[in-house]
Design a protein around this ligand. Structure first.
Ligand SMILES: [Zn+2]
Length: 290
């Protein structure tokens, strides 16, 4: 499900890249109108293993060293959720994971070292909760998961934790923001929802201009989100099925809100890069503020 990045018209979600040693370069493909695909010049480095490059692949000694070195933590928080009949249940967790990989890479270029927490994919799905495959937690359970996992990070010595959630369900979103504030107070460390930083940044990335005639609303598994997933994992989009889908302004009956058939008219590559670079710049600004 999409969420909007304030001040930018664009949808929030993101992206791709890979991890040293587990890198797989692919060519993104642009579907022709008949549903076939052709290669484009855009390339992403992607990895379908959401543990690649995260703390899960470190030894305890490595985790200890990272905490002692002052590394910040990027915490991917998402859900397993239905995404229409043309995609599987995975988009939001891959988007959160890949966003953290891209943010981490950008921060490294800015002299900020980050580690990525194990991706959490147990969240809240109310909007799409009626569809098979949309797992959901009770709010108290979700908050407890965030509290306990964040408290572990604190226990090991990490003091700056950034929640990166790529899921737009309003209740889920609010709980991420609330949990960041509550965990900051309860644990005595900085816990930040990256969507709430809102600090001035220089060289703010630009997003593609909305195309004329674009269907609205575009909220979930429509043209925007489908284009992002296709840019990362072309085989995760059933292109022939997507091309048959009519625009839908509510989640029912088919589990999307938007216009998935026109996903190839959107520039998912640019959007993904702009979103994650914006986050990286905002995190850098947060770390530099007095
Ligand atoms: Zn989604």
């Amino acid at each position: 499900m999409f969420k909007k990045k304030s001040a930018l018209f664009c949808i929030l979600i993101a992206l791709c890249v890979a991890v040293a040693g587990c890198v797989q370069q692919i060519q993104t493909k642009t579907p022709d109108t008949d549903g076939s695909s052709k290669a484009s010049t855009d390339k992403f480095q992607v990895d379908k293993n959401i543990f690649a490059g995260t703390m899960v692949e470190m030894s305890w000694e490595d985790v200890q060293k990272e905490a002692q070195s002052g590394a910040i933590v990027l915490f991917p928080i998402s859900v397993v959720e239905e995404h229409g009949p043309h995609m599987d249940l995975s988009p939001d967790i891959y988007l959160a994971y890949e966003s953290c990989i891209l943010i981490k890479n950008s921060l490294e270029e800015k002299g900020v070292h980050a580690v990525i927490a194990p991706p959490d994919y147990w969240g809240i799905n109310v909007s799409t909760g009626a569809f098979p495959g949309s797992f959901t937690l009770k709010p108290d359970t979700f908050k407890a998961v965030l509290r306990d996992s964040t408290e572990c990070l604190k226990k090991w010595g990490f003091t700056k934790i950034f929640y990166v959630s790529m899921h737009g369900d309003p209740i889920h979103r609010n709980l991420v923001t609330t949990s960041a504030k509550e965990n900051t107070e309860a644990l005595g460390i900085d816990v930040v929802d990256v969507d709430t930083i809102h600090l001035p940044i220089q060289n703010r990335p630009t997003f593609p201009t909305a195309r004329d005639g674009k269907f609205s609303p575009e909220r979930h598994a429509g043209a925007d989100e489908t284009s992002l997933i296709f840019a990362m994992f072309p085989d995760k989009v059933d292109v022939a099925y997507a091309k048959k889908l009519k625009p839908q302004s509510g989640f029912s009956p088919l589990g999307y809100m938007g216009d998935p058939a026109n996903f190839d008219l959107e520039d998912g590559t640019t959007v993904m890069k702009a979103i994650t670079e914006t986050y990286a710049l905002e995190i850098e600004a947060y770390l530099k503020k007095p």
